[in-house]
Design a protein. Structure first.
Length: 145
């Protein structure tokens, strides 16, 4: 047992040096919090390019999400739908059965696709947390799980 622990301690510093093999090519992933009073525009801008944006708006106790296109689904999927995109949706956690909502976005006219999942309640009356996935290859709807 000591031998295995020693080997683990030896290899542990190198774990962070390897790319995540579960992350599909072209997909970026992260978590954010957005202050709904301070211009709640979230942009997907990285050193390698600009991949569009979406907007969160707080009104009468509800949060709305707006983008070039939005499809709300119950449960996580790895591929964005092809059609039936709206421009605004109520940004909720889960459906009546407790299945989490995921929002598939067209972030601009190119289109770039993204997936957003609300991860927290509104805190301090104005902040909402979410997790996101972004496909950096134009027109590619694959976003991973």
């Amino acid at each position: 047992m000591k031998r295995y622990l020693s080997l683990l301690c030896l290899l542990l510093p190198f774990v962070g040096c390897v790319e995540n093999p579960l992350q599909p090519p072209g997909v970026k992933h992260g978590t954010e919090s957005c202050n709904l009073n301070e211009g709640s525009l979230y942009t997907f801008t990285f050193p390698d390019g600009d991949y569009g944006k979406f907007h969160l708006e707080y009104s009468n106790g509800y949060v709305y999400i707006q983008a070039n296109g939005i499809v709300r689904t119950s449960g996580n999927r790895n591929i964005a739908p092809e059609e039936e995109y709206l421009t605004c949706e109520l940004f909720e956690w889960a459906d009546e059965e407790g299945c989490p909502y995921y929002y598939f976005l067209k972030t601009d006219d190119t289109p770039y696709y993204a997936k957003v999942h609300r991860t927290g309640d509104i805190t301090k009356g104005i902040t909402v947390s979410f997790e996101w996935w972004l496909q950096t290859e134009a027109g590619n709807r694959y976003l991973g799980m």
